[in-house]
Design a protein around this ligand. Structure first.
Ligand code: 13P
Length: 262
């Protein structure tokens, strides 16, 4: 069984003090659950202090980005090598990185390879723009993003990774429209199908696929219930104690109901 994953992408929000307060409150509220993994992705600055405060039985940490070279004269950058003892995951290829910072398919595949080389699990974000969707290019875009990002990996590497489907038009930053669960399912099925074609059915069944469009505590469950969806990558709502803990509660409730059914 694939573990449910709830990831909070804090983006460039919360200074050290605010981050520490939010973690403290979440730590009081969130329980340990063997089938649910809760991951926090604070800013680079805050990773180190949070790593000292965090209850590792309840949370794992993720970086929001890193540079693909292990070390060298790259002013302003932090490498995956430097993060390896600090984080379990790294978000790679987020649409804000692709669109605002101009990250290319090649940059992203180098980052995925660097993360894996350093023992960090990539949370690879893929998704189409509104223009792609209207032009019926969604599948082609997803195909290119998945194939190039994973091209340096073996099927054993791919089994471990996480893919977040984030339709760019459904992220607050770029429009924040609501994507229907049917449409999300179709894209997620296609992503898993691609993995199956490239790395085999067994690998495709192990990869976790998340929904990364905008969600809050009211609507997250509707996406988590999609067959084949293994959780959510939460943006803005993850910096709100009430909303994020509400999303984690929704995942608990789902697991409980599932347990009662079986
Ligand atoms: P919002 O929830 O802020 O729209 O962002 C979603 C996202 O980008 C997740 O990484």
């Amino acid at each position: 069984m694939r573990k449910t994953l709830i990831v909070g992408n804090w983006k460039m929000h919360l200074n050290t003090m605010q981050a520490s307060i939010l973690l403290h409150r979440l730590q009081e509220r969130i329980r340990i659950h063997r089938d649910i993994e809760v991951v926090l992705a604070p800013s680079m600055l805050v990773l180190q202090p949070l790593s000292l405060q965090i209850d590792r039985r309840k949370f794992r940490l993720a970086a929001q980005n890193a540079y693909h070279k292990d070390m060298g004269a790259f002013t302003g950058e932090v490498s995956f090598t430097m993060l390896r003892d600090l984080v379990h995951y790294a978000i790679i290829g987020h649409s804000e990185r692709r669109l605002i910072f101009g990250e290319t398919l090649t940059d992203i595949s180098e980052k995925v390879a660097a993360a894996v080389r350093n023992g960090i699990t990539p949370i690879l974000c893929v998704g189409e723009t509104k223009t792609d969707r209207l032009a019926k290019h969604t599948k082609r875009v997803l195909h290119d993003q998945v194939v190039t990002a994973l091209k340096n990996l073996t099927s054993e590497d791919v089994e471990e990774i996480v893919i977040a489907y984030e339709p760019i038009w459904a992220i607050s930053t770029f429009g924040g429209e609501l994507a229907t669960p049917n449409l999300v399912k179709e894209a997620m099925d296609y992503i898993r199908h691609q993995i199956s074609e490239l790395y085999g059915k067994k690998t495709a069944e192990k990869v976790r696929v998340l929904y990364g469009g905008s969600v809050d505590d009211q609507i997250a469950r509707g996406y988590m219930e999609i067959d084949g969806c293994d959780g959510v990558l939460v943006g803005g709502a993850s910096t709100s104690y009430h909303k994020f803990s509400g999303i984690v509660d929704a995942a608990y409730r789902m697991q409980r109901e599932l347990g009662e059914e079986t």
